[in-house]
Design a protein. Structure first.
Lengths: 46, 223, 247, 224
């Protein structure tokens, strides 16, 4: 791998890593929204 | 003055209780000698090579036998629930930490006092050098200072035998590195001035990890 | 209110106001207000999980309350912890003694922790008091449940505490051992000692206490003087309080 | 909304630093010192990432002390989120570091002081999360995590010092010195960009955990 290859991989690694982390956070938020919705149903029913 | 009386009382109680059953001491010693023997097979040591890795072997034996004995440090307090009895005594919670640390220090020094001659025997290295002894003692103080509070932490968790090494070994790694480097210097017969930097690091570690746990320990044991 | 003046004038050995204790979301005590005069004996009843043990541990300064004030002999427990611990004795479910050590060594350890000066004399006295003289050099692990409970009492009385806390002292004791224990507690200090104990046996408790309190889900549901109650009255009150729980 | 702004802002700055690194820095490097560290673009992300990781561990330390003092779940949430970010950024540091090691010394992992010390710190904060998984009672978990957050952070300077001293014994790479103004500007923008990114992710994470905490409380009372 020549010089530029290293740089691209380095930047790539960080960018991809950040997007994965952001994706994980967004997934957590979606799961949380689902739970809140489910809770609302229980509240209405109880 | 009462503080130190209770510290002495706790340390003496630990020592007495352990000497009565000798369960920790015997198993830790056997374990430490085993580590030395395993290293002997692992490296089929050429004489000149030994000096290089001797400190490493020594400190791996100390580190893991240390973890083994620290794992047991708070068992009587936890299993027989005596911690609440200690907490009811008219003395600061820090005294429990210092007392237990002294007790563990006594055992670790005892283990080291046995391992060093065995090590000298197995690897025929002149071990009784003032440099090595001081480094070992200084490092053991730091070792026990961190290990005691982590042992108190670990004993309250589910998988306590696993939690202690995971928490303890990375945090104590600088002392192990510094001790290995300093021991190598003293084993090669170099003068004290060469290892002042390492002694300084170990000393700094000791001071930090005697004061910070002292301040934080009450939070570990209060309900 | 400086400390010396507080001790002499305060008739109350123990006073709590608004003591709350919560473990995360679970609330064990929801505001306890108690006034225990010096020298009196208070029995605390209540179903399991009502917060009896939590209350005892908080009074013994082993557990910190989430909020509320505790005055021991007029002094704020929070600010004089080490001074007041020397005036509190506790007998809990566990004996707080080390099974590897002998009875004498255990008491010697706690005598040092409480900073007693005439250690061996006091230890000898307390061991004779609980009539364990014959076994004083044997290891705790060889003791029966009853003997361990007596040793726990010996440990609690070691430093002559004016206030004694007992958490269900009758657990694991037969009738005869229980009578012996109460006799010991009452004989020492000829009644000047304040005793707070939790219990499940109404009959036994009524015989020894001056005041009665029924705890129910972290609150005081009923408070009365023992003399105004007979056994059936107490049982009936207990049903009423705990019945509320079942509804 | 704060979190959105922080993240977008940092994204822009990150693009700016890439542009500066790609165009500006290589042009400065003359023929012979091309592979010196301060002339390679990765360096201008490597250092900010390391700085943010350490900053995150500092925040864990402060949040842990605040928790032990105030005992409100908020501080425990801040400590956990910051520790998580610390681990994420240390992972980036290790990844870019090993790419750099491959570039500079031809091996994926070189026991040089920077990489080893960040590996040790990485393990310490993984241990932080392991400890949290081993305790079920939430109050005790928060208290023990706070204690370890303090004891762990106090170790950071010693770990870095020890490894840099042990490294001096057999020097890894040449020490870097930023002589050209453009270098300093790129480095500063990089640091600002990553710090903003950290703050954005931190607030986002804190909101998430706060809502999760509310939901768990609701579930308990609802079911009770």
């Amino acid at each position: 791998m020549d010089n530029a290859g290293y740089i691209v991989t380095a930047f790539g690694v960080v960018w991809i890593g950040l997007f994965i982390y952001l994706f994980v956070l967004v997934q957590r938020e979606k799961a949380l929204r689902k739970e809140i919705a489910a809770l609302k149903e229980d509240m209405k029913k109880a | 003055m009462k503080f130190w009386n209770s510290v002495a009382a706790i340390a003496w109680k630990d020592i007495l209780s352990e000497l009565r059953t000798k369960e920790i001491i015997s198993s830790v010693l056997v374990f430490a000698v085993l580590v030395l023997v395993i290293f002997n097979f692992a490296f089929n040591l050429a004489p000149d090579l030994i000096l290089q890795i001797a400190p490493g072997i020594l400190w791996v034996a100390f580190a893991f036998s240390g973890v083994l004995s620290l794992n047991r440090a708070f068992i009587p307090e936890k299993e027989e629930n005596c911690l609440e009895g200690l907490m009811g005594c008219p003395v600061g919670r820090e005294a429990i930490y210092v007392g237990k640390a002294l007790g563990s220090l006594f055992f670790m020094v005892l283990v080291e006092a046995v391992i060093l001659p065995v090590f000298a025997l197995l690897f025929n290295i002149a071990v009784l050098q003032s440099g090595l002894i001081t480094v070992t003692l200084l490092a053991t103080i730091g070792f026990v200072a961190v290990g005691t509070i982590f042992s108190a932490l670990a004993v309250n968790t589910r998988a306590r035998e696993m939690v202690l090494p995971i928490l303890f070994l990375p945090v104590v790694s600088p002392v192990i590195i510094a001790a290995v480097k300093a021991s190598a210097i003293s084993l090669n017969g170099q003068s004290w001035s060469d290892m002042t930097i390492w002694l300084a690091i170990i000393l700094a570690f000791d001071i930090i990890y005697l004061t910070v746990p002292f301040l934080v320990f009450p939070y570990v044991i209060e309900e | 209110m400086n400390s010396t003046q507080a001790i002499s004038s305060a008739p109350l050995a123990v006073e709590t106001s608004g003591v709350v204790k919560s473990f995360g979301n679970y609330i064990a005590l929801r505001g306890i207000d108690l006034k225990v005069p010096a020298g009196s004996t208070l029995a605390v009843f209540g179903p399991n999980g009502a917060g009896k043990t939590t209350l005892i541990k908080i009074l013994a300064s082993i557990m910190r309350p989430t909020s509320g004030k505790i005055l021991i002999e007029g002094l704020e427990l929070k600010d004089n912890v080490e001074l007041l611990r020397a005036r509190l004795g506790l007998v809990a479910h566990q004996s707080y003694l080390y099974s590897n050590l002998s009875a004498w060594e255990n008491l010697d350890f706690y005598a040092r922790m409480y900073g007693l000066d005439d250690r061996s004399k006091r230890i000898g006295e307390v061991i004779d008091l609980v009539s364990m003289t014959g076994r004083k050099h044997d290891r705790l692990s060889t003791f029966s449940r009853g003997m361990q409970q007596r040793m726990a009492l010996a440990r609690a009385l070691l430093h002559k505490p004016p206030i004694l806390l007992l958490d269900e002292p009758e657990t694991g004791l037969d009738q005869q051992a229980l009578d012996a224990m109460w006799d010991i507690i009452k004989r020492e200090e000829d009644g000047r000692r304040t005793i707070i104990f939790t219990s499940h046996s109404f009959e036994r408790a009524l015989a020894v206490c001056n005041d009665v309190v029924i705890l129910e889900r972290g609150r005081i549901a009923y408070k009365a003087q023992a003399c105004t109650l007979n056994l059936d009255g107490l049982k009936q009150k207990y049903q009423e309080c705990t019945a509320a729980v079942k509804k | 909304m704060r979190t959105r702004i922080f993240i977008i802002l940092s994204a822009i700055l990150l693009l700016v630093t890439i542009a500066m690194e790609m165009l500006l820095i290589p042009s400065l490097a003359s023929a012979q010192n091309k592979d010196l560290i301060q002339y390679s673009p990765v360096f201008y992300w490597h250092i900010p990432v390391a700085w943010v990781a350490l900053f995150a561990f500092l925040c864990v330390f402060i949040a842990s002390i605040a928790y032990l003092w105030k005992r409100t779940p908020f501080w425990d949430i801040v400590a956990t989120t910051s520790a998580e970010l610390g681990v994420v950024f240390t992972t980036f540091f290790l990844l870019t570091g090993s790419i750099w090691a491959k570039f500079a010394w031809g091996t994926w992992w070189a026991w040089d002081a920077r990489l080893t010390s960040s590996l040790v710190l990485w393990i310490i904060y993984i241990a932080y999360f392991l400890l949290r998984t081993y305790i079920s009672n939430p109050e005790q978990r928060a208290r023990f995590a706070a204690v370890f957050g303090i004891l762990g952070f106090v170790d950071v300077p010693i770990v870095i010092l020890t490894l840099f001293v042990s490294n001096q014994m057999h020097p890894g790479d040449a020490a870097f010195h930023l002589d050209k103004p453009q270098m300093i500007i790129t480095l500063v923008t990089g640091v600002v960009a990553f710090t903003l990114l950290y703050l954005g992710l931190l607030f986002f994470g804190i909101h998430l955990r706060e809502d999760a905490y509310e939901v768990s409380k609701l579930k308990e009372t609802d079911g009770g």
